[in-house]
Design a protein around this ligand. Structure first.
Ligand SMILES: Nc1nc2c(ncn2[C@@H]2O[C@H](COP(=O)(O)OP(=O)(O)OP(=O)(O)O)[C@@H](O)[C@H]2O)c(=O)[nH]1
Ligand SMILES: [Mg+2]
Length: 258
């Protein structure tokens, strides 16, 4: 008697559940790894989390998180970009996407994969092909006027974090003013003033993460592109301008102004 057909066919490999992919970008040293550590230590028991870090030449951030013991070490993976950090999170996201998908498969089901950008300047943002939502992290130690300097992350990331507010009195910066200017520049998009020493500020950050996960699960979260560039000029006769469309492709006929 021949076997029933169903018994002869290998069951198809289970497709891992797609996690919420959350990007964390911002200038060097503003506290991106620490913020990810905070999220992992506070939410790691109620949610299945994983982390991808990006460094140019090392896996320093991944090692820092593993040493902090906020998550099982295998759930933290490093991508060594070998180039400008923004290239790996925006222009060619292949290595990051592979790391994210590996984690989703190895620890299925994963609720959130946090992706840390290598520290860059004010222009680095994630491609919506890599993350579903992104945070941009500034700190008060970078100076009170940094919000006014603008850039796509400050203006249009899903969340702007003004970090290390506990240091504000020591560096002569008005953190409340930074937050106010952030809100003005972002036209209603959220801003969180954060210090890891301030429990209510940490709760505000966690509330945003939970709300974003709820939106993702309800399939109402639409990944938006903060846009690739700060205002810039094409040449001596050109006026400063932006390309404000949501990632709309455009050509530059004249390159020297870049
Ligand atoms: N006072 C204070 N220091 C903080 C806070 N969060 C982070 N730091 C410190 O800021 C420094 C940089 O933190 P990281 O988390 O390594 O910053 P990063 O943005 O990941 O740095 P890169 O990956 O090198 O760009 C460390 O010495 C942290 O301990 C905070 O809320 N308050
Ligand atoms: Mg870091």
């Amino acid at each position: 008697m021949p076997e029933p057909v169903a018994a002869q066919v290998d069951s198809p490999a289970k497709t891992p559940r797609r996690a919420l992919r959350l990007g964390v970008a911002g200038p060097v040293g503003t506290g991106k790894t620490s913020l990810i550590g905070l999220i992992c230590s506070r939410l790691g028991r109620e949610l299945s989390l994983a982390v991808v870090t990006n460094d140019i030449y090392t896996d320093e951030d991944a090692r820092m998180l593993r040493a902090a013991n906020v998550l099982s070490p295998q759930r933290i993976r490093a991508v060594e970009t070998g180039a400008c950090p923004h290239t790996a999170i925006r222009d060619d996201v292949t290595a990051n996407l592979m790391a994210v998908e590996d984690l989703e498969r190895d620890f299925d089901p994963v609720d959130i994969v946090l992706v840390e950008s290598g520290g860059d300047n004010l222009t680095a943002t994630f491609s919506p092909a890599l993350v579903d939502a992104q945070l941009f992290v500034l700190d008060v130690a970078g100076g009170g006027d940094v919000v006014r300097k603008g850039g796509p992350g400050i203006a249009r990331a899903d969340l702007l974090v003004v970090n290390k507010t506990d240091l504000a009195p020591h560096v002569g910066v008005d953190a409340d003013r930074m937050v106010r200017e952030g809100r003005e520049a972002r036209h209603g998009r959220p801003v969180v003033a954060l210090s890891r020493h301030d429990p209510s500020a940490v709760d505000a950050l966690l509330a945003w993460v939970r709300a974003t996960l709820a939106e993702f699960r309800a399939e109402t979260l639409v990944p938006t592109d903060p846009g690739p560039m700060a205002p810039h000029q094409h040449g001596p006769d050109s006026t400063s301008h932006t390309h404000a469309g949501r990632g709309t492709a455009h050509g530059h006929d004249v390159q020297p102004g870049h």
